[in-house]
Design a protein. Structure first.
Length: 156
């Protein structure tokens, strides 16, 4: 589902939250791997075989990441993002969607809205040992149906 793949990218953004305003690099700027066993999917949605998040920048002023997913058939898809983490909606996507990311000292919130009325929102936080990102999200089809999920990522 197009909305679900975006959530993987959201986890990347939380990486910069703890480093906002700090001179040292964010402890979240790293490569993160999706933990299938610790994550919960939306019923009926296929799980990817692998997801890798490569975070190169994450703070309220600038967020940059690359998301690579591999499906169960081995097909690879790559998404990138470079923009602000200040909560202001970003428009201009080819599919007509808008997205907004809010990076704070302890979390990252994201909201995606699509022209058909569907949406995806998530809030990601970092574990106290900074080895896991946990994103709790909800998808809505815009017609009164919604489902929740949890994505967990391990630092590599």
């Amino acid at each position: 589902m197009r909305i679900r793949s975006i959530v993987y990218g959201i986890a990347i953004l939380v990486a910069g939250a703890a480093a906002a305003g700090a001179a040292a690099p964010s402890p979240f700027v790293a490569e993160w791997h999706w933990n299938k066993g610790a994550s919960t999917s939306i019923p009926g949605e296929p799980s990817p075989h692998e997801v890798v998040l490569n975070i190169t920048s994450a703070d309220p002023a600038h967020v940059e990441w690359t998301l690579t997913t591999v499906d169960e058939n081995g097909a690879r898809a790559v998404q990138t993002f470079s923009g602000a983490g200040d909560g202001k909606p970003v428009t201009g996507s080819p599919d007509g969607s808008t997205r907004a990311f809010t990076v704070t000292a302890t979390s990252l919130d994201s909201v995606y809205r699509y022209p058909d009325g569907s949406s995806d929102s998530a809030s990601c936080s970092l574990s106290t040992d900074r080895k896991k990102l946990t994103c709790r999200g909800s998808e809505s089809d815009g017609k009164g149906h919604s489902a929740t999920y949890v994505d967990v990522y391990d630092r590599r």
